[in-house]
Design a protein around this ligand. Structure first.
Ligand code: PRP
Length: 183
C-alpha cells in the first residue's frame, strides 16, 4: 500500500518508495566498488530489514550471499541497556568474511552496537553497517555507519518494514504515524 491509502493514520511522508529505490541503487553501486574481490556476506536484522534487504540485494551488480539474524531486547527496562537476546542466529560462519549489516533504522544505536561487538568476536574480517534510516537525535551510542540512506527527525515512523504493533510494515513509503493512532 501507499501512504495515500491510509492518509488518516499518517501526518507526513518522509521518504517515498521512489526515493528509497533511487538511494538503494546509489548505495549498491558504492558497495560493489568498495567490496570488489572481497568475501562479502550481507546480514539483515529481522524483521524490519526485510524490505531494505530485498531491494538492496537485487540492486547489487555483484553476486553475494545473505543471511538473517533476529534479536530482541530482554524487555522495556533493558532496552536502554542494549542487552539483546538472539532469537535466530546466523546460519553462516562469518569467520574471515566481510560482513555488511543491513538495517532499516538506527534509533538509539544500541542494537547495532551489540551486533557489531558480537560479529567482531566471531572473527569477521570486517563489519560495516548499511542503514536506510538514521535518527541522529535519538542516538544513545554513536554507530560508525558506512552507508546511510536518509537522516530523519526523531518521530514515530512506520512503513517499508517499520511497524507499530506489527502493523504498517507493508506500507511502501516511510511516514510519520499520527499521534491519534498510538495515544
Ligand atoms: C528496530 C530496527 C532495529 C532497531 C533499532 O527493530 O529494526 O533493529 O529497532 O533500534 P535501536 O537503534 O534503538 O537499537 P525492532 O526491535 O523494533 O524489531 P523489528 O525489526 O522486528 O520491528
Amino acid at each position: 500500500m501507499r501512504a495515500a491509502d491510509i492518509a488518516d493514520d499518517l501526518t507526513d511522508v518522509l521518504v517515498t518508495e521512489e526515493q528509497i529505490h533511487e538511494k538503494l541503487r546509489e548505495l549498491a553501486q558504492q558497495v560493489a566498488v568498495d567490496y570488489e574481490g572481497k568475501d562479502l556476506v550481507l546480514v539483515g536484522v529481522l524483521k524490519g530489514a526485510i524490505m531494505v534487504m530485498s531491494d538492496f540485494i537485487r540492486a547489487l551488480p555483484i553476486l553475494v550471499p545473505l543471511d538473517f539474524m533476529a534479536v530482541s531486547s530482554y524487555g522495556a527496562s533493558t532496552k536502554s541497556s542494549g542487552v539483546v537476546q538472539i532469537r535466530k542466529d546466523l546460519d553462516t560462519d562469518i569467520h574471515d568474511k566481510h560482513v555488511l549489516i543491513v538495517e532499516d533504522i538506527i534509533d538509539s544505536g544500541l542494537t547495532l552496537s551489540w551486533l557489531l561487538e558480537n560479529f567482531a568476536s566471531r572473527g569477521a574480517a570486517s563489519v560495516e553497517v548499511l542503514a536506510l534510516l538514521r535518527k541522529p537525535e535519538a542516538a544513545k551510542v554513536e554507530i560508525d555507519c558506512r552507508y546511510v540512506g536518509f537522516d530523519i527527525p526523531n518521530d514515530f515512523v512506520v512503513g517499508y518494514g517499520l511497524d507499530y504493533n506489527e502493523s504498517y510494515r507493508n506500507l511502501r513509503d516511510v511516514a510519520v504515524l499520527a499521534p491519534h493512532v498510538y495515544s
